[in-house]
Design a protein around this ligand. Sequence first.
Ligand SMILES: [Zn+2]
Length: 210
Amino acid sequence: MFINEISKVLKYIFPKLIWKKNTELEIEKTIYLTFDDGPTPEITHYVLDLLTKYNAKATFFCIGNNLKAHHELAQQILENGHKIGNHTMNHVNSWHVSANEFFNEYQLCENEINNLGTRSVGFRPPYGRINRFIYRKLINYTPIYMWSFISGDYNRNNNPNVIIKSAKKNIHPGSILIFHDSKKAFPVLSNILEPILEYGTQNNFQFKTL
Ligand SMILES: [Zn+2]
């Protein structure tokens, strides 16, 4: 509920943020899984294997430093047909740094993505936090992807069954779902990802990259 209220305000102040991807044809049952904060050895491998099993494509909003440290894993993401987006070099909180510092963080991560021989599909602000200076600057360079469903996998106190139930209610054509391929999220992620992929598949949704 709280997150919904925040997103209503953000939608008003920052009209170009993307919360849902309109597929033009609402009959096209496409949903967009996104994984933030990786790549992380083992965890990202686990995610990649599951995505392959369900013939699903996804978007990974990676931290630049993780791309630098795990270059081969990043290449594996791309080889498997997924896309990579920018999540800053060090996962900085835009409320705690200047717009210039933040833009530098964006640019450093962008360089890491370009070093992989690919282009970023877009930007996701760490913690979903943005301010008007950063918005005005970044919106000229990149689409900014928010979400329509946040899994809450990063909080171990969240009950996987409750998340799965809520995900099922919130999967519609164009939905953008957030997960995390991080160590912190794995205890919950490992209990929710396959049931959600299973549900989407059984209901004839296609999982595509942004
Ligand atoms: Zn993040």
